[in-house]
Ligand binder design. Structure first.
Ligand code: NAI
Length: 358
């Protein structure tokens, strides 16, 4: 079999740190295993455009391994060319870079390492919430500049205690975020998800479901997005919905950049409708140098907590998703059943309910 992996370049860091498994240099630790079984293993970071390695190799690839951190977009057009393709593995969580409807039609399975980095992301969400609410980034920038003006920072710094916090999506990550928020004694924890939590799970975190998105938005001081990107969530956060947010609310998005309209969010931060926006996911990755999310600031010069896409790529997470990728490969190559929770698209049908109500 021909196995193609599209991973990001780790450069010097990956040579010095072998636990950076999700890089081109360290190849998810799979080369020896695959070659010892007689398979061909191609690893590349070149993913965009007709001359990329991805586009060239996909025509006779049997198994594709991609990662959301450096997404190789498997479009319907590429699916039409990928005549040998049987399996797409996502080394991580989130398979929106694969045209899932085309995968269903072409009978190509899409399997991800569910759960592999959900704690990593939930921790990042809590960090991002705190850095926005407490106005951390401009405070640190002030120190680096050599300045000291407490009032300039304190005028926009708050406590998380007593605030209303809501999550769009209360699945593996969203629920872990709610669990981690409990000790902060927020005024209320809310969630918006078409899949309700069981009464026991709601009670455990003291969360209440709101079924109308505008009503949900209008009640929250801070919203965190923890839903997959699909037809129902693309540009869910746009100019219209942002008008229903409380003035000066904070928004944290570690789910997928394209769930938000980038220009609308940047304008809302600039006007102060949003007091801040933080996250690690972008509508284009790598994000271009002039992307508005790199530079947007609220009227008081803060409110930007953006970082590159790494929240689910801690060294702990990389070990888990590298091991998980190997397990999926072994199952496939030896004809064993896959973990049901990992299957996004099975043979000819969606196996998860998380990618939209069908
Ligand atoms: P999950 O499948 O356990 O939970 C997703 C939840 O979102 C489900 O409860 C689902 O019903 C809900 N949902 C789907 N569509 C919705 C909609 N229109 N409105 C409200 N809720 C909706 O997935 P998990 O593990 O919690 O991951 C969520 C997403 O986080 C992934 O799909 C991925 O895009 C992103 N992610 C980001 C990472 C990073 O490094 N930044 C790493 C891992 C995941």
């Amino acid at each position: 079999m021909k196995v193609l992996a599209v991973l990001y370049n780790g450069f010097q860091a990956a040579k010095e740190e072998p636990r950076l498994l999700g890089t081109v240099e360290n190849e998810l630790g799979l080369r020896q295993y695959l070659e010892s079984q007689g398979h061909e293993y191609i690893v590349t970071s070149s993913k965009d455009g007709p001359d990329s390695d991805f586009h060239k190799h996909i025509v006779n690839t049997d198994i594709l391994i991609t990662t959301p951190f450096h997404p190789g977009y498997l479009t319907r057009t590429l699916f039409n060319e990928a005549k040998h393709l049987k399996l797409c593995i996502t080394a991580g969580v989130g398979s929106d870079h694969i045209d899932l409807n085309a995968a269903v039609e072409k009978q190509v399975q899409v399997i991800e390492v569910s759960g592999s980095n959900v704690v990593s992301v939930a921790e990042h969400v809590i960090m991002s919430i705190l850095l926005l609410v407490r106005n951390f980034v401009p405070a640190h920038e002030m120190i680096e500049r050599g300045d000291w003006q407490v009032s300039e920072i304190a005028r926009n710094a708050f406590d998380l205690e007593g605030k209303v916090v809501g999550t769009i999506g209360a699945g593996r990550i969203g629920y872990r975020v709610l669990q981690r928020l409990v000790p902060f004694e927020c005024k209320e924890l809310l969630y918006y998800d078409y899949a309700p939590l069981s009464p026991e799970r709601e009670k455990e975190v003291g969360a209440r479901r709101i079924e109308d998105l505008k009503e949900f938005a209008s009640k929250c001081d801070l919203i965190t997005i923890n839903a997959p990107l699909h037809e129902g969530t693309r540009h869910l956060i746009n100019k219209d919905l942002l008008q229903h947010f409380k003035k000066g609310a904070w928004l944290v998005n570690t789910a997928r950049g394209a769930i938000c309209n980038a220009e609308d969010v940047a304008a809302a931060v600039k006007s102060g409708q949003l007091n801040g926006y933080a996250g690690d996911v972008w509508n284009v990755q790598p994000a271009p140098k002039d992307h508005p999310w790199r530079y947007m600031k609220n009227p008081l010069g803060g409110g930007n907590g953006m970082v590159p896409h790494y929240s689910g790529s801690t060294l702990d997470a990389q070990l888990r998703y590298a091991r998980g990728t190997r397990a999926i490969l072994e199952n496939f190559l030896t004809g064993k059943a896959q973990e049901p929770g990992n299957i996004i698209v099975g043979l000819g049908k969606y196996e998860t309910k998380a990618y939209g109500q069908r």
